[in-house]
Design a protein around this ligand. Structure first.
Ligand SMILES: [Zn+2]
Length: 429
């Protein structure tokens, strides 16, 4: 069902019609008045019981305008790509197709229902169990082992939680229970393959791996990276609802079919996307050495031997301590075994923070301008594509987290710990 709200810009009185899909979620509103350039933002609260619609939108005044008097129309929807703000003229005021119908014809109704179910299960996870995971990780990294064990025993009363190894397995188990509703099945399956690859390397080149794990432990990577990646994952979960159109499109392999010049997202602004993108990109660069180290062991037999093609660094340590973090990516060769989990947009390889940015708010178009040696390069990206890049960064962070988890297991195993946390075969351990 779609509904409409008519109102005017508080400053210049331009009349807008907000046309929105009434669904399960409250609808964030975000656009810029095309006449006076103030931001119009807020939320349309949907009271599911009545059902009542309660808008709370800054710089927007509801008035007595009638349908047909609007100068601009903007579609709002939480779950689906929406038609971007457009000026009304006779030829384009066709209201027949709703964002829901448009998306269903693209995805299929059954698939859509499946996605709804997954979204609801994930929301329940992120608002409940995930909060525990965050606390437990922090307690564990601050050596409050007894408190963590007591709490875990409440959750897993039928399992043995004795060693530190048991604790990290249990915490990871809790997380997988939720992210299986967020990630694609093939991504989850790739984690099983990843474990095999890391453990195989451990048996094949035991000295090399033990040396590497020792080094990572000495530079405190396990605690620091886990905390940082968990914080980012949690930041992403905070904007999860706003990215639903992209998550649904990616999970149903329909992202490429969206006409991005006409359809976009109205739930999130550039600054919020930029914040997550920049922070996650920097963190990926901080910890990408771990993958390079694994590639080094796998291909060159020692974590300290970087690929010959990399001339800017002498060895692993000079790369690890560089202030030119972006250059590390040159050492992450695409065809080496542990590179596959990092998805980087080749068009925007530099961190966004280093670009000049121009934004066309209503076309939702971002222009990145990079000046290097007097040569200016421009790259245009739609919000919806930028949001997809944020999702790709989340996947990369999740992959790094998984790699660190597997290495942490090996750290405790090589210290002589035994796993007592018994799990059944379906838990993807
Ligand atoms: Zn205005």
């Amino acid at each position: 069902m779609t509904s409409n709200i008519l109102g005017k810009c508080k400053y210049c009185s331009t009349i807008f019609r907000l046309r929105f899909q009434v669904g399960y979620f409250n609808i964030p509103v975000y656009f810029r008045c095309p006449n006076c350039y103030v931001d119009i933002e807020g939320i349309i609260n949907i009271d599911q019981e009545s059902p009542n619609i309660i808008p709370d939108i800054r710089n927007f005044e509801m008035n007595n305008s009638k349908m047909g008097e609007e100068e601009y129309i903007i579609e709002q929807s939480v779950e689906f790509p929406q038609r971007k703000l457009y000026k009304v003229n006779q030829s384009n005021s066709n209201d027949m197709i709703t964002p829901f119908i448009r998306t269903c014809s693209n995805i299929g109704f059954t698939e859509m229902q499946r996605e709804y179910l997954k979204i609801n299960l994930f929301l329940e996870f992120k608002d409940n169990l995930f909060k525990n995971i965050n606390d437990l990780n922090r307690l564990f990294n601050n050596n409050k082992l007894d408190i963590v064990k007591t709490k875990l025993k409440e959750i897993y009363s039928d399992k043995k939680i004795i060693s530190k190894l048991d604790v990290i397995i249990a915490i990871r188990h809790m997380h997988i229970k939720g992210i299986k509703y967020l990630l694609k099945e093939e991504t989850l399956n790739s984690y099983i393959k990843l474990k095999e690859e890391i453990f195989n390397l451990f048996y094949k080149n035991n000295n090399g791996m033990i040396e590497f794990i020792k080094h990572l432990d000495e530079v405190n990577v396990f605690d620091k990276a886990t905390n940082k990646l968990m914080t980012l994952i949690s930041d992403f979960y905070n904007i999860y609802e706003k990215l639903l159109p992209i998550i649904i499109a990616v999970n149903t392999n329909t992202f490429e079919n969206i006409n991005k010049s006409e359809y976009g997202i109205s739930t999130i602004g550039y600054s919020e996307l930029e914040k997550f993108y920049t922070q996650s990109y920097e963190t990926i660069l901080d910890y990408v050495d771990i993958l390079i180290g694994l590639n080094n062991i796998s291909v060159r037999n020692s974590y300290s031997l970087i690929p010959d093609s990399v001339t800017i660094f002498n060895d692993f340590y000079s790369m690890e301590n560089t202030d030119k973090k972006i250059k590390k990516l040159d050492a992450l060769l695409e065809n080496e075994p542990f590179s596959y989990g990092i998805i980087l947009n080749n068009r925007i390889r530099n961190s966004i923070a280093h670009y000049n940015v121009k934004i066309d708010y209503n076309n939702q178009l971002i222009t990145f301008i990079d000046k290097y040696n007097g040569i200016e390069k421009k790259e245009n990206i739609y919000y919806i594509e930028f949001a997809k890049m944020c999702l790709d960064n989340l996947y990369s962070c999740q992959y790094l987290y998984e790699v660190i988890y597997q290495l942490s297991q090996l750290k405790y195993i090589s210290e002589g710990e035994k796993p007592n946390f018994l799990y059944d075969k379906n838990n993807n351990e």
